[in-house]
Ligand binder design. Structure first.
Ligand code: 4AD
Ligand code: MG
Length: 432
């Protein structure tokens, strides 16, 4: 741009009493004869510009009156503290310039239907609730990396194009890979497991894909998943790590996202109360508790959404449900030595959202794992590399997957995961 130094709204506190130039987008304008106001968003904050007709060149005043929602502008003038202005500062405008027009901006300050907003997601991102939600997402992502970096985990990036089915055959996106079938990764887990003997404590964090044919507020077809994996950790150690991580993420958001929580009108008392230990109940006990509370679930069936909701309501804190029946869980989970009908796994359930995390100790016995692959009718030849982990120095190990969008929805108190990712992919939506 010009030689003039551009100031970001987020740093106006350091510029009170000096003259600045701000570049941004117009949120609103109003004028009362002799004085006019323009509220500008520059991505770091909001600032109000105050314009006095008699002190401005005529064309600048005319421009103010013609500004429309979301046109881009350059605004210059002196910074003043003004507690009543959005953002707490205002600029006494001496210069105003139009950079880019915006005619008939589709999203108006009124109620729009959700499909309309999703059709305009590329513009909807600019609105305050969406900005707040996505900033919390950004903070949670950074907190995840900081947490694992500080604890000497190595980040291992796993492939998105794969030839082996990661979770189950039911929800695969298949594509053609030079004449061979390939799948979009449902999980990075199998790969990240193999990095344990190289680095001991590892994690992957990236997009994962599931052809979910259900339209629910908890499912996306493309979502981001954090997957740590730890050598010589059993199922109990695995739950310890999940509990510690979840408490850390909540703390981090409370410390750094107070402005966003205000915008989102999030009652943070529920988050402030999150503290270890979280209750740990077996699947068998969970079934009994559910039945006492009116559910008709039978032992052996997976917990449905309504069961997860009902169960999580019984606890003040997130709750671990562990040792599910083998038949309802993925092939790689370790058979429970005390009860071979079950596997050493856990889900972490939270109020209002259900499953936030799914984790398990991994089957480390070659023969048992092979038997499970055959039982599930998975193509054995595609798992030879995965079985090598059990052939060459097998070891106890455990890990879990935390869904980023569900975590951010829970932390922000927003009902639907579709707002927790910049461009949601849903069963009926691939655009924009
Ligand atoms: O329980 P899931 O399927 O576990 C795995 O994929 C394991 N491989 C993880 C591991 O052990 N490394 O998924 C883990 C989490 C769920 O608890 C949920 O939060 C999220 O991923 N998730 C989804 N989020 C949004 N949309 C979907 N369709 C999701 N499916 C799972
Ligand atoms: Mg699960």
């Amino acid at each position: 741009m010009s030689q003039e130094k551009i100031t970001e709204v987020g740093s106006l506190a350091d510029h009170v009493g000096t003259s600045v130039t701000i570049l941004g987008w117009v949120e609103s304008t109003r004028s009362h004869g002799k004085v006019g106001f323009v509220v500008v968003r520059d991505g770091t904050g909001l600032v109000q510009g105050v314009l006095l007709k008699k002190e401005l060149p005529e064309d600048a005043w005319a421009l103010l009156e013609s500004l429309t929602q979301e046109c881009s502008v350059s605004l210059s003038g002196e910074v003043r503290e003004e507690p009543r202005a959005p953002g707490g500062y205002e600029v006494g405008v001496t210069g105003l310039e139009l950079l880019g027009a915006s005619e008939e901006y589709p999203i108006q300050p009124k109620e729009h239907g959700i499909e309309f907003l999703l059709d305009h997601r590329h513009l909807w991102l600019r609105s305050s609730l969406q900005r707040a939600g996505l900033r919390v997402r950004h903070e949670v992502e950074q907190a995840i990396h900081d947490y694992f970096y500080d604890r000497d985990f190595v980040r291992v990036d796993t492939p998105i194009l794969t030839s082996s089915i990661g979770e189950s055959a039911g929800t695969l996106f298949e594509t053609d890979y030079f004449g061979e079938p390939a799948f979009l990764a449902q999980t990075g887990q199998l790969y990240v497991e193999t990095a344990c003997p190289a680095f001991r404590k590892v994690y992957c964090f990236g997009p994962t894909f599931r052809a979910e044919k259900s339209k629910t507020r908890r499912h996306l077809t493309e979502f981001w998943m954090l997957e740590p994996e730890v050598a010589f950790a059993d199922s109990d150690d695995n739950m310890d790590l999940q509990e510690d991580l979840v408490c850390y993420l909540v703390q981090r958001a409370l410390e750094r996202c107070s402005h966003e929580f205000e915008v989102l009108e999030r009652d943070t008392s529920e988050l402030e109360a999150i503290a270890p230990p979280f209750a740990r109940i077996s699947y068998t006990d969970a079934v009994a508790l559910l039945r006492e509370n009116g559910s008709e679930i039978e032992w052996g069936r997976d917990l449905g959404v309504s069961d997860e909701m009902l169960l999580s309501e019984q606890f003040d804190q997130p709750v671990f449900v562990h040792d599910y029946p083998k038949a309802v869980k993925a092939f790689y989970m370790k058979e429970n030595p005390d009860d071979p009908r079950t596997v050493r796994c856990n889900d972490l359930l939270v109020r209002g959202y259900g499953e936030l995390i799914g984790g398990s100790q991994r089957e480390d016995d070659l023969d048992k794992l092979l038997a499970r692959i055959r039982e599930e009718k998975l193509p054995e030849d595609k798992y030879s590399w995965y079985l090598d982990l059990r052939r060459y120095g097998t070891f106890t190990h455990s890990g879990f997957g935390l869904g980023l969008e569900r975590t951010v929805a829970w932390i922000t108190g927003r009902p639907h995961v579709r707002e927790m990712i910049p461009f949601p992919r849903l069963m009926n939506r691939l655009t924009p």
